[in-house]
Design a protein around this ligand. Structure first.
Ligand SMILES: Nc1ncnc2c1ncn2[C@@H]1O[C@H](COP(=O)(O)OP(=O)(O)OP(=O)(O)O)[C@@H](O)[C@H]1O
Ligand SMILES: [Mg+2]
Length: 749
């Protein structure tokens, strides 16, 4: 009897403990899910990595929430800090026992907070807790989460205003830059005043003591000016680098969010050229614009000073500056039009370069070099011509401005001298020289401002080019929106119509079919019959179709795109391998995957054997475009990459078409294994690789002709039978020679 108790008790206790852990964990996950739902995000528990028998760390929870597209941080807080929170959305308190509570409101006046048990019914009111009670269950671990702040900024269209805003965000640094500039412009007054003193006082009265004093001033000013110059340049390049980083990050992020069909419609060369215009914008902002603005700061001091020194001459200087402005504004239009023409020709030129580089294999093997060079020559000639015209146009205002500048800087002296002679005693020689020195400094920023108008045209064109790419509607307006269901793998098309933009006929015409979860669907049909289009719709590449595509009964358009694509594997006819090792290419940066997973995936894809024969195995380096791999090897790596994360749905579009029979046989032999436990959609021209499919869908000119297993189709679908006969005539004749009837064909014929 007594021996029974120690036997049963620990077991029950252990079971109870396990239950307690999972129940606590359940409460924790429910709390986080509820908080995420508050921000309209459905988290997917599949994406949370829970260690065996344990509970996920707060860090893992943070990653989970962030993957869902929310801002999240785990922090340690005190009760007093909780009281200070502005609880505009739920805050999660991670309790010591592994569960969680949701903080809904705080009441600093009464020193209590209101919390809810995530397991409680949604109608239940929160309960009030004071510091003492909370400290018994809570050690301070808190999860803060909210909607990603950057989202609105991400969606902001790229405009001059937006760029300006990025500069304004550096206002603290900018203020310091401006203070430095202001101080420097004060120092600029010292040399002219010194010259004036030397000429008018020291030389006239031969005063050595004044000279000593002036020299001391001079020395101090020199030191200050050096330091301030250093500070100004340093702050300028810091601001420049930060603004630059922000713009570049934004542009790339936006670029990645564009839908695939945009990239298919646009030449890569054009996109690259336009995106690179960002550099021009940044250079202008942080280079010329900033330095001119800083120089202009000194006008605040210098203009009053020249008016104090000699009002008549000051007016002359200002009028000349106005004339410079008039000349430049008059030329703005023609110059900007000429630059626009040149810029367009540059776009055309760079697209030839990129196209040639992408297609260099074809260019070389078909000996197309002369033709490509010819196109390049012509485009270059046009571009050079337009560049000359643009420079010529821009040369005019510069030329006309030069004499005005000269007069502003030096000519005023002559006028001053004239005044001095006409009205004796009105102007001392020292003052005249000092005025000349200062008015030179006034002229510089004034002319700079006028010239900036000209550069601004160029920048406006650059902004326009960048806009034409990244202000396209993104694939999904809010990347965090949409359902994040757990996929089983049922696919349903219901009366789907689709016409490509600009297309005349429907690529898909009333397509309806259903694929149960875990089965294999083969897609066959003549070239252009719409097979790839079906798989594109399924991946959410094109979303403006009519009818419904459903995944496990959910409308595809309501599912979060990246969540969905993460659960898919896709292999196309041509697959791009990135620079990196074999292992890196198979894992493709997915979090939490290791070499073991890569080996498992490679085995599944039939790639294991050749990888192990490579000099460094999984660490073998692959160059961009993978020239050191055969087509079949590349394809098998691509398949391994597609299945490593165990996708619920695997799409193979002509994945084996480019393979030699041996590699194809290898992959085909693995198809059933590849398809185990997931839905597969296989497009193939070779019907022999589809005979194992549960269903084969026959497409013809965008319509579904028939759908059935192979044996049935051979019997009842004439198009399928024809294709099958075309490809397998040798079987028939071999069978005939051997005197054996091939039953399927005999029945079908
Ligand atoms: N990006 C596109 N823009 C415009 N029309 C397209 C585009 N892609 C395909 N089409 C058209 O849509 C139709 C179906 O094309 P789809 O690529 O689905 O055919 P497919 O059955 O996959 O052919 P194949 O066996 O040659 O790969 C074709 O008539 C084609 O001309
Ligand atoms: Mg296709």
């Amino acid at each position: 009897m007594t021996s029974d108790i120690p036997e049963t008790d620990p077991k029950e206790a252990a079971a109870a403990e396990r239950n307690a852990i999972s129940e606590a964990l359940e409460s924790r996950l429910m709390a986080i899910e509820a908080a995420a739902r508050f921000h309209h995000v459905e988290l997917d528990r599949d994406e949370l990595r829970i260690p065996k028998g344990g509970a996920p760390s707060p860090a893992a929870l943070v990653v989970w929430v962030r993957d869902g597209g929310l801002w999240c941080r785990a922090v340690r807080m005190r009760f007093s800090q909780l009281l200070k929170l502005e609880v505009s959305s739920p805050v999660i308190l991670l309790l010591r026992d592994g569960s969680a509570a949701i903080l809904t409101t705080v009441d600093p006046a009464r020193n209590i907070i209101w919390v809810k048990d995530p397991r409680a019914a949604s109608g239940d009111p929160p309960v009030a807790v004071d510091e003492l009670r909370l400290s018994q269950v809570w050690g301070g671990e808190t999860l803060l989460l909210r909607a990603e702040r950057e989202v609105t900024d991400d969606n902001a269209p790229f405009t001059v205003g937006w760029v300006g805003q990025q500069v304004r965000r550096e206002s603290v640094l900018m203020r310091e830059v401006f203070i430095a500039a202001f101080a420097m412009s004060l120092l600029q007054l010292i040399p002219p005043i010194m010259v004036m003193t030397v000429l008018d006082r020291i030389l006239t009265y031969q005063s050595l003591s004044t000279l000593a004093l002036v020299s001391m001033f001079f020395g101090m000013a020199l030191i200050y000016e050096t330091i301030l110059g250093y500070v100004r340049r340093k702050l300028t390049y810091i601001v420049g680098a930060r603004v630059d980083a922000r713009i570049t990050l934004h542009v790339f992020k936006r670029l990645l969010r564009l839908p695939l069909d945009y990239f298919e419609r646009q030449q890569a060369g054009v996109i690259i050229y336009r995106i690179n215009q960002v550099n021009k914008i940044r250079e202008f902002l942080t280079g010329k614009l900033l330095s001119t603005m800083l120089d202009s700061v000194s006008l605040i001091i210098l203009i009053p000073v020249i008016f104090i020194l000699e009002p008549t001459l000051a007016w002359v200087t200002l009028v000349l500056a106005g004339l410079v402005g008039v000349v430049i504004v008059a030329f703005l239009g023609p110059v900007s039009r000429a630059i626009g023409r040149w810029s367009a020709s540059e776009t055309a030129k760079s697209s030839v370069l990129v196209e040639t580089l992408y297609g260099i294999r074809t260019v070389k093997s078909l000996a197309l070099e002369p033709q490509q060079r010819d196109i390049w020559d012509r485009r270059t000639a046009t571009s050079v011509q337009l560049k000359l015209e643009a420079s010529e146009m821009a040369n005019w205002p510069q030329t006309l401005v030069t004499p005005l500048e000269g007069v502003m800087g030096r000519g005023v002296v002559l006028f001053g001298a004239f005044l001095a002679i006409e009205v004796p005693g009105s102007i001392d020689p020292g003052l005249l020289i000092a005025f000349m020195m200062i008015s030179g400094r006034v002229a510089q920023p004034l002319i700079g401002i006028a010239k900036i108008m000209e550069d601004l045209q160029e920048v406006r064109i650059a902004v326009g080019l960048v806009q034409s790419v990244i202000n396209q509607p993104p694939e999904s307006v809010n990347p965090n929106a949409g359902l994040r269901p757990r996929f089983e793998g049922t696919v349903e098309y219901n009366k789907v119509n689709y016409t490509y933009p600009g297309g005349k006929t429907r690529a898909l015409d009333g397509v309806s079919f259903e694929v149960p979860a875990g089965t294999m669907l083969g897609l066959v049909g003549r070239s252009g019959s719409g097979k790839s289009t079906i798989t594109r719709l399924l991946q959410g590449i094109t979303r403006d179709y009519e009818g419904f595509v459903k995944l496990d009964g959910n409308d595809l358009r309501e599912i979060n795109l990246s969540h969905m694509r993460r659960a898919f594997g896709v292999v196309l006819q041509e697959n791009f391998l990135f620079r990196g090792t074999v292992r890196e290419n198979i894992i493709a940066g997915r979090p939490g995957l290791t070499l073991t997973d890569a080996v498992r995936a490679a085995r599944l894809a039939g790639a294991e054997e050749f990888i192990e024969r490579m000099p460094n195995g999984y660490e073998t380096w692959i160059e961009e475009g993978s020239p050191n791999l055969s087509g079949g090897q590349r394809q098998r790596l691509a398949i391994a990459r597609a299945v490593i994360h165990d996708p619920r749905l695997l799409i193979l579009d002509e994945a084996t078409s480019a393979l030699d029979p041996e590699s194809e046989a290898l992959v085909n032999a693995n198809l059933t294994r590849l398809g185990k436990g997931r839905t597969m959609v296989i497009v193939s021209h070779r019907l022999t690789s589809l005979t194992d499919c549960d269903q084969i869908l026959v497409m013809d000119r965008g319509k579904v002709l028939d759908m059935a297993p192979h044996l049935v189709l051979v019997e009842r679908c004439s198009v399928y039978r024809q294709l099958w006969l075309q490809q397998n005539r040798h079987l028939e004749s071999a069978a005939a020679r051997a005197g054996v009837a091939v039953p399927v064909l005999a029945q079908g014929a």
